[in-house]
Write a protein that binds this ligand. Sequence first.
Ligand code: 1GP
Length: 254
Amino acid sequence: MTPFAVGPVERQLRRRLRAGPLHFTLIDPDKSPGAAAARLALGAVDAGSDAILIGGSTGISRSRMSEAARSIRRAVRVPVVIFPEGPRSITPDASAILFMSLLNSRNLELVIRAHVRAAPIVRALKLEAIPMGYLVIAPGMRVGEVGEADLVRRHDPKTAAAYALAAEMLGMRWVYLEAGSGAPAPVPAPLVRAVRRAVTVPVIVGGGIRTSYDARSLLAAGAQILVTGTITEEEGIGPAFRSIVREVVRARGR
Ligand code: 1GP
């Protein structure tokens, strides 16, 4: 494998994206450790979710991440991908890692320095790295604060599109628009539309997606992957979660 070749997980997700949008379920192993994470993942995949992201909390331990990755991988066949908060989140028990730069952070640690420490570890563990630009949009919630982000304003699609384009020009193969976990509203649809028009790489959208209406308008704006986390933490695999995933699956038929 040449150093930056697209790995098997990314290849599989890209192939699936050709048929239409996907849904990822974010599970926080601090809130749902081990078997609980596996139960959630099983329910999510049964409902139609296409991959499991693990991560979320700050200061999560490697053993928690490993335990969750192993239990989830025993329970489901979809990729289990690390959504990292730092080099400590790296476990070889996952299928891949979102190797992401927080594009609009003022803290160089989150833009590149942590990556300099993480890269040799990822390589040594033979973990597949998926290069991604991560952009925090207002309100940003905790990740906006901890990430010391110069938040992109909700009514500033031009700036968001320019960030995404820069990420693509730097060679990042995915862009993630994040309103912040638990945000009162998701990333605005016009901003998603502007980013989608600006780039050719897949556009992931997360933060504050609570209803099928949210999902439908983001998909109509061009979001290719929707990520939800809080909804399953609060309600498990309930009607709201199912209705969101149903929207994604339905959009594949269009
Ligand atoms: C957080 O985008 C994800 O990083 C999911 O957000 O928890 O609001 O669903 P929610």
